[in-house]
Design a protein around this ligand. Structure first.
Ligand SMILES: [Zn+2]
Ligand SMILES: [Zn+2]
Length: 87
């Protein structure tokens, strides 16, 4: 079973800040309906882990670290089995 922990961005009041809410590189909202982007959240589908932090990069890093703990050694992936000329 594969777990997923999608990143979502949220406003101060907790509502979703969708990807179409563009921001300047300094984090200022460019969308008229966007009050701000307060924090980034990741919730793992395992139900055992979630994180809310203002730093998107930090959440993404922690998310990947958590997802790695779910990875059980499995058989080789298909792309590792196919000969090079079939990739
Ligand atoms: Zn927004
Ligand atoms: Zn998990």
């Amino acid at each position: 079973m594969a777990f997923r922990a999608p990143l979502t961005n949220h406003h101060t009041d907790g509502t979703l800040c969708p990807p179409e809410h563009k921001h300047t590189s300094s984090g200022k909202p460019l969308h008229p309906g966007c009050p701000d982007r307060a924090y980034t959240q990741a919730v793992c589908s395992c139900g055992q882990w979630q994180m809310q932090q203002p730093g998107k990069g930090y959440v993404n890093e922690s998310r990947r670290r958590h997802l790695a703990t779910h990875r059980i050694p499995a058989g080789p992936l298909l792309r590792d089995v196919l000969p090079f000329n079939m990739r």
